[in-house]
Design a protein around this ligand. Structure first.
Ligand code: ADP
Length: 394
């Protein structure tokens, strides 16, 4: 810490005043003692006898000059008092510096930190203040990010609701004004209005699901799940829909039985979203494979693989963001709002796992890594988990 000229003068004056006061005190003590001794010859004799009887060391040195000892003791005492007063004043100055810095930060200079180094505990105080300011800034930024993300959510939802709603109102308006030429037209308009209403309902459902799984403290109701059986059920329930799109869904038979502890309903939602996507976006492909493997004693990996068009590399690390849709998907009549993968990811994370995606010219694979037993946690070994492993063979 750098002292200002004024503070140096303050310290100097403190020293001078203390020395003067101590000298006066010493002088008055000496005068008082002399006065007492001169008026009291008995006391003088007593001190003389004591002095003669005190011998120091093997050579029997005697103390003849008690005044010197007394003066030396007084000097040591004075030096200690001066030191103590100066240190006390210095600490006051340090404190004043810290308070000034705090005022400066409190006045809105939140990027400012106390950068001087002090001794002992005061330095700990400085470090704690800096850490406190850091954590305040962090929470302000988090708050801002949450606020921003809420605004974004509202904007996206309003946009995605307004588009089909405008269509519905338009077609219903045509019907109400009898602006149709045939019954065929009428049926076409009502069908479009119906489809758009379904699209709106699906968005509202997804949104409801998304906010539900995003809430802190979302509870899972765990069941013991036979993974092979679950995959067979999924194949059965998606068979018809997949066939309509010329796709065949198959589940890989696992030699050893694989059981996991998970929320069956929520996990079902994850696979519904992934398989529905594989059908929706796997245009031109022929297969959807469901595959389950046990990675080690703690982790099960369940994959949804399809051989449709490749997801562009630049989209892979954004694909799980809410409302994100790969360029072009929004315009296609696939009806999604970009929430399906965000919901799937949140559910898997609630279970302590993670999802990753890889996509190349041959296959697109969504792999769910999930702990086999509840309360376990799996960490993604790759920090950049969503990078495509181009050209990897399945
Ligand atoms: P939505 O389906 O509502 O658009 P999702 O979050 O489920 O939202 O998917 C986000 C985007 O990821 C989709 O718009 C689509 O472009 C892409 N996508 C998801 N799954 C696949 C897949 N199996 N193959 C190709 N693209 C996919």
């Amino acid at each position: 810490m750098k002292l200002t000229g004024r503070e140096k003068t303050e310290l100097f004056l403190e020293g001078v005043v203390t020395v003067i006061l101590l000298l006066l005190l010493n002088l008055s003590i000496i005068v008082l003692i002399n006065e007492t001794l001169s008026t009291n010859p008995g006391l003088q004799d007593g001190i003389f006898i004591i002095k003669r009887s005190i011998v120091i060391g093997p050579n029997h040195y005697q103390i003849w000059s008690w005044e010197n000892i007394f003066i030396a003791a007084m000097f040591v005492f004075d030096a200690a008092v001066v030191y103590w007063r100066l240190i006390r004043r210095y600490h006051q100055i340090e404190l004043r510096h810290i308070i000034n810095e705090l005022h400066y930060i409190a006045n809105g200079h939140l990027d400012h930190r106390i950068d001087f180094h002090l001794s002992g505990n005061t330095q700990t105080v400085v470090e704690s203040i800096n850490a406190l300011v850091d954590s305040v800034i962090e929470s302000i930024e988090e708050e801002r990010a949450i606020e921003h993300s809420k605004d974004e959510l509202i904007t996206n939802v309003s946009h995605d609701l307004r588009t089909p709603l405008t269509s519905i109102l338009g077609y219903l308006g045509l019907i109400q004004d009898k602006q149709y030429h045939s019954e065929e037209d009428l049926l076409k308009y009502t069908e479009i209005a119906y489809l758009k209403s379904k699209q709106m309902k699906s968005l509202v459902d997804n949104l409801f699901e998304y906010t539900k799984v995003q809430q802190t403290g979302t509870q899972l109701s765990y069941n013991r799940i036979d993974v092979d059986q679950m995959l067979e059920q999924l194949v059965a329930s998606f068979e018809l829909e997949a066939n309509k799109h010329d796709l065949v869904v198959t589940a890989d038979d696992n030699d050893s039985q694989l059981f996991i502890e998970a929320d069956a309903e929520k996990l079902g939602r994850v696979f519904n979203n992934l398989i529905a996507n594989a059908i929706k976006y796997g245009v031109g492909g022929k297969h959807i494979y469901l595959k389950a493997t046990k990675k080690n004693d703690e982790e099960a990996v369940i994959e949804v693989i399809n051989d449709g068009p490749k997801i562009p590399k630049e989209s892979l690390n954004q694909i799980f963001e809410r409302f994100y849709r790969v360029e072009g998907s929004r315009n296609k009549d696939t009806g999604g709002a970009g929430l399906g993968l965000a919901i799937a990811q949140s559910i898997v994370q609630l279970h302590g796992g993670y999802i990753d995606v890889t996509s190349d010219d041959e296959f697109t694979t969504f792999a769910i890594h999930i702990p086999i037993t509840r309360n376990d946690q799996i960490t993604n070994p790759q920090s950049h988990q969503l990078i495509s492993k181009q050209g990897e063979k399945k």
